[in-house]
Design a protein. Structure first.
Length: 317
C-alpha cells in the first residue's frame, strides 16, 4: 500500500520531470548494469566540491562562516534525530508537522529523500557487513562505502517495501520524489539572502556568491563527508565494546563531528535507543537536544538504553 498523492497538473508534471526521482527510477535499465557506477551522477557531486574552491575568489566573512556552521549543525541534527533515530528506528515520537519539518531540513543536505535514506539504513542493519549491505567497507572497500555505492541504479531506487509506514504519508512521499528541489531551493535562498545583505548591510562584507559558496558548497560538502564517514570509518576504526555481528565501532571524534552518531557499535548493539552515547562521557549532542525538545513537549517517548543492553559490554566479539 502506498500513499494517495493527488496527481499533479500535466504542465507541472512536465516542468518538474527533470527533478522526479521516481520517474527516473522507473525507466528501463539493463539488469547487467544495475550495480555499475553511473559516472554522470558524479558530476553534481564534483561540482559541489569544486564550488568549495571558490572561497579563494569570494573571500570570507564572519557571517558567511556562521551561516555555514549553523546549516551544518541544523542539517546534521535533522539527519541524526529525524531520519535516523525517529524514522528509521522509531526511537521517539513527535507531531506530524515536526516530522515533516525535520525531513525537509534533512533533505536540504542533498543526501536524497527521507524514504530513500531510511530504506537503505534499515537494509544496512538487517544485512550489516554481509553481502546484502549496500555500503559495507569490509565487503567493497573504503571508497565504495564512502561514496560510490549510491551512484548505482540499484541503490538509486527507493525500496518502499522497507518503509511501509512512511510511504503512507503523502508529504513524505512527495518530498522523496522531488528531493533535488530542496537543496536547490536552499542554494537559491542563500544567494538571494547574500545579495540582500550586500545592499542592506554592506558592513557585513558578504554577497550572494559568498553566501552560496560558504553556506551551501562548503557546509554541504562537510556534511556529506561527516555522515558518510559513519558508513566507512564507523566500521573500520575505533573500539568494539559490544560483540555485534558486524564490524561497527565507537569513535569519539566521529561522534563529535556527527552529533553522536560515532558511537556506532553502541547503536548496532541496541538500535532502538534514542541515546547512542550509553555513558555520561560518551558525548551525544543529538540526544541532549532531543531531551531539550522533550522538556518543551515537542517530542516525547524517548526510548532509553535498558540495563540489559549493557550486560555484554566488554566481551570480545
Amino acid at each position: 500500500m502506498v500513499a494517495y498523492v493527488p496527481p499533479l497538473p500535466r504542465w507541472l508534471t512536465s516542468l518538474l520531470a527533470p527533478f522526479d526521482s521516481e520517474r527516473r527510477s522507473r525507466q528501463p535499465f539493463p539488469a547487467e548494469r544495475e550495480d555499475r557506477i553511473e559516472w554522470g551522477r558524479l558530476l553534481p557531486f564534483f561540482a559541489m566540491h569544486a564550488g568549495c574552491l571558490a572561497v579563494l575568489w569570494v573571500g570570507v566573512s564572519p557571517i558567511a562562516v556562521a551561516v555555514a556552521a549553523a546549516l551544518y549543525l541544523a542539517r546534521m541534527f535533522a539527519i541524526t534525530a529525524f531520519l535516523h533515530r525517529c524514522f528509521a528506528h522509531r526511537s521517539f515520537a513527535t507531531h506530524r508537522v515536526m516530522r515533516f519539518l525535520g525531513a525537509l531540513v534533512a533533505t536540504s543536505s542533498a543526501q536524497r529523500g527521507p524514504l530513500w535514506w531510511v530504506a537503505h539504513h534499515r537494509r544496512h542493519h538487517l544485512e550489516s557487513d554481509r553481502d546484502g549491505d549496500a555500503h559495507s567497507p569490509l565487503r567493497r572497500g573504503f571508497w565504495w562505502s564512502h561514496l560510490f555505492w549510491f551512484m548505482t541504479r540499484r541503490n538509486y531506487r527507493t525500496d518502499h517495501a522497507r518503509v511501509p509506514e512512511l510511504t503512507l504519508v503523502p508529504e513524505l512521499r512527495l518530498l522523496d520524489r522531488f528531493d533535488l528541489l530542496v537543496p536547490l531551493g536552499l542554494a537559491a535562498l542563500l544567494f538571494g539572502a547574500g545579495e540582500v545583505l550586500a545592499v542592506s548591510a554592506p558592513s557585513l562584507g558578504t554577497d550572494g556568491m559568498q553566501m552560496l559558496v560558504w553556506g551551501f558548497c562548503v557546509s554541504t560538502t562537510a556534511l556529506f563527508h561527516a555522515t558518510s564517514a559513519v558508513n566507512s570509518l564507523g566500521h573500520t576504526l575505533g573500539s568494539r565494546p559490544f560483540p555485534t555481528r558486524d564490524g561497527s565501532r565507537n569513535s569519539f571524534w566521529l561522534a563529535l563531528l556527527t552529533l553522536g552518531e560515532g558511537w556506532h557499535n553502541n547503536h548496532h548493539w541496541h538500535p532502538a535507543s534514542a541515546r547512542q552515547g550509553f555513558h555520561w562521557w560518551q558525548v551525544d549532542l543529538t540526544y541532549y537536544l532531543l531531551q531539550m525538545l522533550a522538556a518543551c513537549g515537542v517530542v516525547w517517548d524517548l526510548r532509553p538504553v535498558p540495563a540489559r543492553a549493557r550486560a555484554a559490554e566488554g566481551r570480545v566479539a
